[in-house]
Design a protein around this ligand. Structure first.
Ligand code: 6GU
Length: 239
């Protein structure tokens, strides 16, 4: 997969060199380039923003540098991703959809966002998706790019081992994960739940499933409504 990121803070994207994302790049699974939006400014001050039409606080990113950047970076296969709190929620489902695409261009805005005409014009030549990390406000979209690229990279073939990728979502069925433990068996007077040390894989699987169901009911009842629960799960909830 190819990824281009255009930002006024390219240094903010430095973590994309690290860890498993860096490794995916080294393997050629992910071809990622970060660009400085100011490359596409023409004035001595390299201006990227101006006051909003209609008034209001803050500044809006001017369309010209973005237009020139996209003219240069886009291909017939590109999808433009614009991180914004006004976007559709970024979910694991969206991550899977994006991981199947050949070329993503990220346009993280700063200030009050990017002139809408940039998105409207881009939409005449490529798919455009505005995505949000959640219901809170960040200074800009750069951190969202880090999050989205990480979520996508771990879905690319060859990044995770096969065993890991099979576990992906299939056995959790839309529930939160059960708590996990490792050695030592007792730590600060707290024993690991006995059942996990029993070696009875059937009982362990049922215990983990019950923990997942209870946790999800407690923390994310919205997910529970969409999860496919069997009779045993419902009994756990009614205990
Ligand atoms: Cl994608 N961008 C910004 N600026 N704030 C956000 C966000 C994105 N998602 C949640 N808050």
């Amino acid at each position: 997969m190819r990824v281009d990121v255009v930002s006024i803070f390219p240094e903010y994207l430095a973590p994309l060199e690290l860890s498993l994302i860096g490794k995916a790049r080294g393997l050629g699974i992910l071809e990622l380039q970060v660009h400085d939006l100011r490359t596409w400014t023409n004035d001595v001050h390299r201006t990227v923003d101006d006051t909003p039409y209609g008034g209001g606080p803050g500044m809006v990113m001017r369309p010209e540098p973005w237009g020139r950047a996209l003219d240069q970076v886009a291909t017939p296969e590109s999808t433009l991703i614009v991180p914004t709190p006004a976007g559709e929620p970024f979910t694991q489902r969206v991550a899977h959809e994006l991981a199947d695409l050949p070329h993503l261009i990220f346009a993280p805005g700063r200030y009050e966002g990017i002139d809408q005409r940039v998105l409207d014009h881009a939409a005449t030549r490529m798919n455009v998706r505005e995505v949000s990390l959640g219901d809170y406000v960040l200074f800009g979209g750069e951190v969202a790019v880090l999050v989205i690229v990480e979520a996508i990279t771990r879905l690319l073939p060859g990044v995770l081992g096969n065993a890991d990728s099979l576990v992906e979502e299939s056995h959790t069925g839309g529930l939160l994960e059960a708590p996990m433990y490792t050695k030592p068996a007792v730590w600060r007077e707290q024993p690991v739940p006995e059942i996990l040390r029993s070696g009875d894989h059937g009982r362990i699987a049922r215990w983990r499933r019950a923990q997942a169901v209870l946790r999800t009911a407690e923390r994310r009842p919205d997910l529970l409504a969409a999860a496919d629960l069997d009779k045993r799960d419902l009994d756990v909830l009614n205990e």
